[in-house]
Every structure is written in C-alpha cells, then in structure tokens.
Design a protein around this ligand. Structure first.
Ligand SMILES: CC(=O)N[C@H]1[C@@H](OP(=O)(O)OP(=O)(O)OC[C@H]2O[C@@H](n3ccc(=O)[nH]c3=O)[C@H](O)[C@@H]2O)O[C@H](CO)[C@@H](O)[C@@H]1O[C@H](C)C(=O)N[C@@H](C)C(=O)N[C@H](CCC(=O)O)C(=O)O
Ligand SMILES: Nc1ncnc2c1ncn2[C@@H]1O[C@H](COP(=O)(O)OP(=O)(O)OP(=O)(O)O)[C@@H](O)[C@H]1O
Ligand SMILES: N[C@H](CCC[C@H](N)C(=O)O)C(=O)O
Ligand SMILES: [Mg+2]
Length: 560
C-alpha cells in the first residue's frame, strides 16, 4: 500500500507520499523497515523522544504532534523519511490503521461491549449464540483474541488501534461475519477503537474502578458514553441495562441526542424495572446454574410478546442473568430466532476464571472468580451467601422429611448443621491501579465473609505490604489474617476449610501470571487451589465426597 492511501485531510505532510509502506507501529522498539511510526506522548514516555530510534530501524514515515515536535529544528533531516504533522497522534493512529487495513469493520457486524463488569462473560454468550446461528465469529477481549479456532494472547482487553484493526482484518479474511469485542474505558479514552463502525453497542453497568486513570466517575462515564455517541453507527442499536443508574442516564442522554436527528435504536433490559424492553423474572439460581423466565415487551422483535420463554444457563448468580439479558437483546436486534438464542445461552461454556469451581472430590466448594472491583466482590459474596442459605435450607428440609416419614412431629435442630457453610475469602488488590477501591473491597470482604485472608494480587511496582495496608483500612471486623504470598494464602484457606464451607479466591480469575516489579511469574489461582486441595485430601482424616453435588434443584431468587 502507498502512504498516500492512508492519509486523511488535515495532515501536514513533508515528503514523498507515493512511498510504499509495510505496517504501522506506535512503539519504536517494534519498528520494521517500511513501517509508519506514530509518536505518542504517554504517561511514562514521550514517543517523540524515540523518533530517531524509529528512523534508524527503518521507519518510512513518522507521524508526530505539531505541538510537541519540530522535525527540522531537531536536526533530523533524513532525506527518505516522510514527516507527517498532526494535532492528535492517537486520533491519527486510529485513522491510518483503519485505512491501512481497508476499513475492515465495514465488512462485518461489530458488537462492542462496555461497562465495568460483565464484558468478557457477555462476549462469550453472544459468540455462542451467533455460532449456534451458524455464523463464524471473531472475539476480542480480556482472556484471548479468537479468530474462529485460532487464539492469540491478549495483552490488553482492547488492543491499540493498529492491532485492533489488524485483528478485524484477519477476522474478515478468515470468513468471520461477526466480531464481538470488549471495549474498555481505557481504549475509549485513548481512541484505540476510533473509526470502527460499531453496529451494536452494549452497556452492562458502571461502578467504581479505574479512578487512578479517569480521576472521577463522571470522566469514567463520559469515556464509556463515547461508544454510543461517537462510534455506534447512525442506524446502530444501543443495548443498555436499565437497572443501572448510569445505564438509565445513558438512555436519557441518547434519547435527547436522538431528537437531533439520528436513528439509533435503544433496547433496554432489566430485572427490577418494568419499563425495560426485555425483562427477567422467576429467577432460580443454584450452584449448578441459573434459569429464569423472559418477557419481551418490544413489538419490533420477532417473538410472540405474550409467550413466556424459559431461559437456562450453566452460569451461576443473578449477575449472569444481566449478562444473559444483554446478550439476548443483542441477538434479538439481529433477528436471531428465540429458539437459537436459548440454545446458544444453554451451550455457553463456563467462562474461565468466572465462578469457576475447582472440584477435586473435596467436601467443600472451591471457587476462582475474577471479581476485582467492589461491586463484583459484593455480588460474588452475596451470591455465595444466598446459595449457602438455600443449600442449608434444602438440607434441613430433607432432614425434616426424613423425620416426618418416621412419624416424629419435630425436626431436631442440628447444631452441626447450623455451623456448616462458612465463606472463606482470599483476595488482594492490583498495584498501580485505583487505590481508593482497596479499603472498600476490604470492608465488603470483612462484612460478607466469615473469614478473610488478605493477600497479594498483581503488586506491579507497588509494595505488596502497602497495598495490603490500604485494604486493611476497610476491615470492619477482626475476622482476617494477612498472608502476602498468594500461594501460601490459598493453601491456608484450604487448610481452614471444613465440610460444607466455600473457599472463594477472588481477583485474578483466568490470569496465568503474577506481575511483580515489571516481571510476570507463572501463577494460576486454579492450579494453586488444585495443589492445595490435593494435599488436603491426601490427609488421613479426609472424609471425602462433595457436599454440593446434590444441589441442582434448589431455588433462590433475588438480588445477588
Ligand atoms: C494506562 C494505559 O492504558 N496505558 C497505556 C498507554 O501507556 P502510556 O500512555 O503511559 O504510554 P507510555 O508507556 O508512556 O509510552 C508512550 C509511547 O511511547 C512509546 N515508546 C516507549 C518506549 C520506547 O522505547 N519506545 C516507544 O516508542 C510507547 O509505545 C507509547 O506509544 O499506552 C501504552 C501503549 O499503547 C499501553 O501499553 C499502556 O497500557 C498499559 C500497559 C496498561 O496497563 N493498560 C491497562 C490499564 C489497560 O489498558 N487496561 C484496559 C482494561 C481495563 C479494564 O477494563 O479492566 C485494556 O483495554 O486492557
Ligand atoms: N453483570 C455483572 N455485574 C456485576 N458483576 C459482574 C457481572 N458479570 C460479571 N461480574 C463479576 O465481575 C467479574 C469479571 O467479569 P467479566 O470478566 O465478565 O467482566 P469484565 O467487564 O470483562 O471485566 P474486565 O474489565 O476486568 O475485563 C466476574 O468474575 C464477576 O465476579
Ligand atoms: N483489566 C483490569 C484487570 C485487573 C485484574 C486484577 N488482577 C489486577 O491486576 O488488578 C486492570 O488491568 O485493571
Ligand atoms: Mg473483560
């Protein structure tokens, strides 16, 4: 491709634009001969300081910000380099990447999911529904980037513009008709997905996170809002959670914007708001999965409005009802038959690191979950508590029935039963991330767990002890210990667990590393749990058998 094919109006060009280019990069260390190097001013470095390095590595052209750099005043007169001055390098990176990969998003249906929690889970559900519908789907998100059966390691939830557009191009070339992508707030602030044509945009929820980066909730919300106001195409569909306060605000903002002549359709979902287009009720959630009834109140959908649809999913907890509802809205807006939607949801496999049960035949429940925000942790713990209560209730009911059958009139209270089913939580908080959430997560863990082990998450460049001290400020009860080594903390939780307890290991989910001072060390919560449980069940005193095996018929409704 020639340089002139990717340039847009407003660029100040010095040099030969007939020149052929081979790629685009924003990192001097990755420049290859013939690439366009885009200099970006970041938090740690200024890409403009690496322009000479980029040229020495063979950059064919350099894009720089006019306000930050003067090519001629810095003695960089390389006859072959084409100099392109722009106002905003990140905008330029997104624009030229879109052109270099020949506007790939215009060739597929791109579904973007934003919100604090639930993006990854929802993306897998939509992928499953689309595949059940017979479509080939590309997926971009936290765990991995998938092009049909090919998987790439994900460095970012939403990659930088050049990688993002390259991925969509590869998806198009491999026959994908749909792309499901998580859209992080960082990516929206940093214009990583600008110039992408989103046909469907989903807003899951907005609760505290990333205030190290966005500074205020208002900034955080405004970043998310860009997906709907600036990137969703005019005839696109906005799918929004009406039970969420910011979701409600987004709906109002879009309706006001709509009056300024644009045709975006808004579809809302909820559990607690009767005005929503799609509603869930009669929710039953157990350790084995979730079911609910679906009400569709929008005559534009090709479903019989009066019909009651029963939805079943192997995923646990009311949070997943929200994730399912958003996936249903997206699917209905594509006219996917309800039968296919139901099948796609039922077939969505458990998402790695999201309420992932580790079952080695032990007599307590061990769960790995990616809750790393206060809202996610609170909902996780409430779900666990609620399910434990339901379990205890079922156990007691069973006992009563036995007693009744034996013609005794009273069911004796079993003290043993009362004591059973404690929640032991292991968690920490990431370093170089929002400090304010740490004490709040501590408060939630202390309040809703029976026992907490505070440990390290990814300390990054912070002192693990300092992070733990921040968490401790919120510990409203003296029901915790501190073990900075995550592996030891997980082993201790398993040691402490008795029959019928739940060990929750939160915060790292699918991650297969622990990041300490810039280095990633192999680490997996799942593997750590498996090893610890293996050691425990090899103990002579172990009685064996999972108490939660017979829990599939327990009902439990309400907010988790
Ligand atoms: C806060 C944030 O998002 N930072 C991203 C940002 O960093 P930055 O602006 O500070 O960049 P910088 O390190 O100062 O470097 C500036 C420029 O100089 C370049 N450089 C630097 C050194 C050199 O030798 N040569 C060179 O060219 C860099 O490539 C860069 O273009 O731009 C960098 C390059 O594009 C990203 O790698 C970096 O992601 C960091 C590593 C990160 O951890 N980001 C996380 C927070 C993130 O983006 N997370 C979201 C998900 C969040 C969620 O929803 O939970 C995500 O989408 O993954
Ligand atoms: N709809 C939801 N509402 C609140 N919490 C949720 C919801 N869905 C999932 N969670 C919680 O958040 C955790 C992360 O879920 P998921 O990975 O789907 O979210 P995400 O938005 O992709 O997160 P990230 O921004 O870190 O990529 C889960 O392990 C669970 O504890
Ligand atoms: N996408 C999130 C993931 C956080 C996961 C948690 N394990 C941590 O390291 O804080 C972030 O980068 O902030
Ligand atoms: Mg994610």
């Amino acid at each position: 491709m020639k340089l002139k094919d990717i340039l847009i109006d407003g660029f100040k060009v010095i040099g030969d634009t007939e020149k052929r280019i081979s790629g685009i990069t924003y990192d001097s260390r990755r420049v290859r001969c013939g690439d366009v190097f885009v200099a970006i001013k970041g938090e740690n470095y200024d890409g403009h300081d690496f322009i000479e390095d980029a040229i020495n590595r063979g950059a064919a052209a350099v894009i720089y910000e006019i306000k930050r750099f003067q090519p001629y005043s810095e003695g960089l007169r390389h006859s072959n380099t084409v100099w392109i001055g722009v106002d905003d390098s990140r905008d330029a990176l997104a624009a030229i990447s879109n052109r270099f990969y020949e506007k790939p998003s215009s060739k597929v249906t791109v579904i973007g999911i934003t919100g604090t929690n639930g993006k990854t889970t929802t993306s897998y559900m939509i992928k499953s529904i689309l595949e059940r519908w017979g479509r080939d789907v590309g997926l971009i998100g936290t765990i991995t980037y998938l092009i049909k059966d090919r998987a790439y390691d994900a460095q970012h939830t939403t990659p930088e513009a050049s990688e993002f557009q390259a991925l969509i191009r590869e998806m198009v070339d491999n026959g994908c008709s749909h792309v499901v992508t998580e859209v992080s707030s960082h990516s929206l602030s940093q214009k990583r997905v600008d110039y992408t044509e989103f046909k469907i945009a989903i807003f899951t929820n907005l609760t505290r996170d990333h205030l190290d980066f966005h500074k205020t909730m208002e900034d955080y919300f405004m970043a998310k809002k860009r997906l709907f106001t600036e990137l969703l195409i005019e005839e696109g569909v906005a799918v929004i959670n009406l039970d969420d306060l910011y979701g409600k605000r987004l709906v109002n903002d879009l309706k006001n914007q709509k009056s300024k002549a644009n045709g975006k359709r808004i579809l809302t979902y909820a559990i607690n708001n009767q005005d929503a287009d799609v509603l869930a009720y009669d929710i039953k959630t157990t350790f084995r999965g979730t079911s609910f009834k679906l009400k569709v109140q929008n005559s534009k959908f090709k479903v019989v409005e009066s019909e009651i649809y029963e939805i079943n999913s192997p995923l646990v907890g009311v949070i997943n009802v929200y994730n399912i509802l958003s996936a249903i809205c997206a699917a209905l807006s594509m006219d996917i038959p309800i039968k296919t939607i139901k099948e796609g949801i039922a077939m969505t496999g458990l998402v790695k690191g999201r309420f992932e049960k580790v079952d080695m035949g032990q007599d307590f429940l061990a769960v790995v979950d990616y809750a790393h925000t206060e809202d996610a942790l609170e909902r996780l713990l409430l779900t666990a508590r609620q399910l434990l209560q339901a379990y205890r209730f079922a156990e007691k009911t069973e006992e009563m029935m036995k007693v009744k059958r034996q013609e005794y009139s009273v069911c004796p209270e079993s003290e043993e039963n009362e004591k059973r089913g404690r929640i032991i939580t292991v968690f920490g908080c990431g370093g170089n991330r929002d400090r304010g959430k740490r004490s709040k997560m501590g408060e939630i863990a202390a309040r809703l767990s029976d026992f907490v082990i505070i440990t390290s998450d990814n300390p990054r460049n912070e002192s693990p002890r300092a992070i733990i001290r921040d968490i401790e400020k919120g510990m409203v009860r003296d029901n915790y210990i501190v073990i900075p080594d995550r592996n030891v903390a997980i082993s201790m939780a398993v040691e402490l667990a008795s029959s019928g307890d739940i060990v929750l290991v939160a915060g790292k989910g699918h991650e297969d590393y622990q990041e300490i001072e810039g280095k990633k060390y192999d680490f997996s919560d799942r593997v750590a749990l498996e090893n610890a449980i293996r050691r425990t069940i090899n103990r002579p005193s172990f009685s064996g058998g999972t108490n939660y095996k017979g829990t599939q018929n327990i009902d439990c409704t309400g907010r988790c």
